[in-house]
Design a binder for this molecule. Structure first.
Ligand SMILES: C=C(O[C@@H]1C=C(C(=O)O)C=C[C@H]1O)C(=O)O
Length: 259
């Protein structure tokens, strides 16, 4: 998606196509993670002594990644939302003047703490292949987790673009709902159950085709690496609800930018 062209960025069909493409990254990321053990050491606070840092190995590795990427202006992009927004570093590259597409407060809409919580406590235990640690794989596990966390975060925070597109298409209705602080009304207006159902059905198909070794496709027991139903369930229970939370949180503040 070309964020330099507001007219394409706020087209709901374009946004939905981008969300479909993000499914592939998320599904492959979960399949990648499924080859590793649960690796509780990665998530345990202060398990490893790291100079000038208190937290889990995953948090430390994710912070290093975000500080490095912030210096090449990754988090100036409107579709990137950091897990450690207060710890980013100054970019070495000159700023890109992205056209103003989202509301002025959009960077403050950040549900990454909730994303990390459900990823570690709900997703990892269900996709990892064995309980326990594989000492030699802790680095690979954290790298795999970071890739999945960033892909899931980008997908969920794309809800800002969805919300802005919906707001632009029906300002009067949303102004009434926002002024009335009608959260249920806003949630009902942004919900499209047909789109959600199609997403869940497509995810099962993708989980079946991506997660199974093609040479075993017609065997009695294709070794699907992550149960397709599990991928759909994770979207249903976590990814879609949090995307809608981002939409609602974004819309509730939208009149801050209206004259
Ligand atoms: C993203 C949208 O908004 C809502 C959230 C969806 C999701 O997270 O997949 C799908 C449909 C809507 O209920 C949309 O309308 O496309």
């Amino acid at each position: 998606m070309d964020f330099m062209k507001p007219e394409t960025v706020l087209n709901l069909d374009n946004i939905r196509q981008a969300l479909v493409r993000m499914e592939d990254t998320i599904v492959f990321g979960l399949i990648e993670r499924s080859q590793f053990y649960l690796s509780p050491s990665v998530y345990e606070v202060d398990k490893f002594s790291i100079p000038d840092f208190h937290g889990s190995f995953l948090d430390w590795a994710l912070l290093q990644m975000e500080q490095t990427h912030s210096q090449i202006r990754r988090y100036e992009a409107p579709d990137e939302t950091p897990f450690f927004p207060t710890k980013l570093l100054k970019s070495i590259l000159p700023p890109i003047n992205y056209p103003k597409v989202l509301a002025s407060y959009s960077d403050e809409i950040n549900v990454n703490d909730e994303i990390k919580e459900f990823y570690i406590n709900q997703i990892v235990p269900q996709v990892s292949c064995h309980s326990g640690d594989q000492q030699e794989n802790l680095g690979s596990v954290s790298t795999s987790d970071i890739e999945s966390l960033q892909a899931i975060s980008r997908r969920i925070h794309f809800g800002k673009f969805v919300a802005e597109a919906k707001y632009q298409s029906n300002k009067e209705m949303y102004k009434k709902l926002i002024l009335a602080k009608d959260v249920a009304g806003i949630e009902a207006s942004i919900t499209n159950s047909a789109v959600e159902q199609k997403i869940l059905e497509r995810l099962i198909e993708k989980g079946e085709s991506y997660g199974t070794d093609p040479s075993m496709k017609f065997s009695q027991n294709p070794q699907s690496k992550v149960k397709p139903e599990l991928i759909a369930q994770l979207y249903k229970d976590w990814i879609i609800p949090l995307t809608k939370k981002v939409e609602i949180d974004y819309l509730l503040r939208r009149l801050e930018d209206e004259d």
